[in-house]
Design a protein around this ligand. Structure first.
Ligand code: DGY
Length: 336
């Protein structure tokens, strides 16, 4: 009798994905709230002779993990980002890598806008003010902030999520600028169709001219620390910086200093470095007046998380069956 392949899942993902996996495989789940250590993942993969690994962005998947089970044929990450996986090592070993592109684009763009609006219109401060019983009367200058409509929005990285974020500027009649490695005429056309005229500019120009700057680059060697001291210096003292990409794209110490000196007005972060950001971190001295932080919830709508769970299940199945993955990180990274 042939053995049923085993899939090790490093956290309880939405049931719809687990159910699909259980229909064909032995599924072993790390049920705790906090992630398993790398050593634990290595030893479980080895003990189980796992053929599939379903991981999260908080798990480091390096050569040691990939070598843990000789039968490992696929790693599927419950994320679009794959900076936590050593893709070269996976490609060398012929291990397929699945991820969840596309499905979380709109949901993450919604969150970028939630942070943008929150920072501009000071809603978190407003809530804290009311909850602290400080609301005694209507105030002519109480919690005033910049207008969002008619302002200039800068998108750093006009990929899927950057484009979806830019599209939403149409309803606010904003001017949109974008920067990146090169001009993207096809993205400009896509935006023009919804009434957004997006102008390609050098990053420094974007930083100097935009009221809101939203970061949408993947984390790579080239984008780590992309926004540091000199970039923050270029920004206006009224500017608001939004990050829903990866925490390491911003130099945290430089941001802390820029918020302290008033070099920029506010930051809205869904991703941080370090992550999680402890409440005694120096950055928190700016909250909520100058800083709003959410716990990496860009893709956290119920529908999107369910679709992500189905996608990792589909990728895992394809990898174990030796088929081409529907969403391959190796292919997307040009390694396949
Ligand atoms: C991702 O998928 O990479 C996001 O950061 C979390 O959904």
């Amino acid at each position: 009798m042939t053995e049923i392949p085993t899939v090790y899942v490093t956290r309880s993902i939405p049931e719809i994905g687990l159910k699909r996996l259980r229909e064909r495989y032995e599924v072993v789940i790390w049920e705790e709230k906090l992630p398993p250590t790398k050593d634990h993942i290595v030893s479980r993969l080895a003990e189980l002779d796992a053929e599939g690994l379903v991981c999260l962005l908080s798990d480091q998947v390096d050569a040691e993990v990939l070598d843990a089970s000789p039968d490992l044929s696929v790693v599927s990450t419950f994320s679009v980002g794959y900076d936590h996986i050593d893709l070269d090592a996976a490609a060398e070993r012929g291990i397929a890598v699945g991820h969840t592109p596309g499905v979380l684009t709109e949901t993450t763009a919604d969150l970028a806008w939630a942070l943008l609006m929150t920072c501009a219109r000071r809603t978190v401060e407003g809530h804290a003010y009311v909850a602290a019983d400080e609301w005694e009367t209507w105030g002519p200058t109480l919690l005033t902030g910049p207008d969002v409509h008619g302002a200039t929005l800068g998108i750093v990285g006009l990929g899927n999520i950057g484009t979806a974020t830019a599209k939403r500027a149409a309803g606010f009649e904003m001017e949109v600028r974008y920067s990146g490695r090169s001009r993207k005429p096809e993205r400009e056309d896509e935006l023009a169709e919804v009434g957004v005229e997006a102008t390609y500019v050098e990053r420094d120009e974007l930083l100097a001219e935009c009221d809101f700057v939203s970061l949408h680059v993947p984390l790579t060697g080239a984008t780590a620390g992309l926004i540091g001291e000199s970039e923050l210096e270029l920004m206006s003292e009224d500017a608001i910086l939004i990050n829903t990409s990866r925490g390491e794209v911003i130099d945290t110490d430089a941001l802390d200093a820029a918020l302290a000196t008033g070099e920029i007005a506010r930051a809205g972060l869904d991703v941080t470095d370090p992550e999680p950001l402890p409440s005694d971190h120096p950055l928190f001295r700016h909250a909520p007046e100058r800083l709003v932080v959410t716990p990496h919830i860009g893709s956290a709508s119920i529908g999107t998380r369910n679709q992500m769970a189905e996608m990792v299940a589909a990728c895992t199945e394809a990898g174990i069956e030796g088929e081409s993955l529907p969403h391959s990180a190796l292919r997307d990274a040009g390694l396949e």
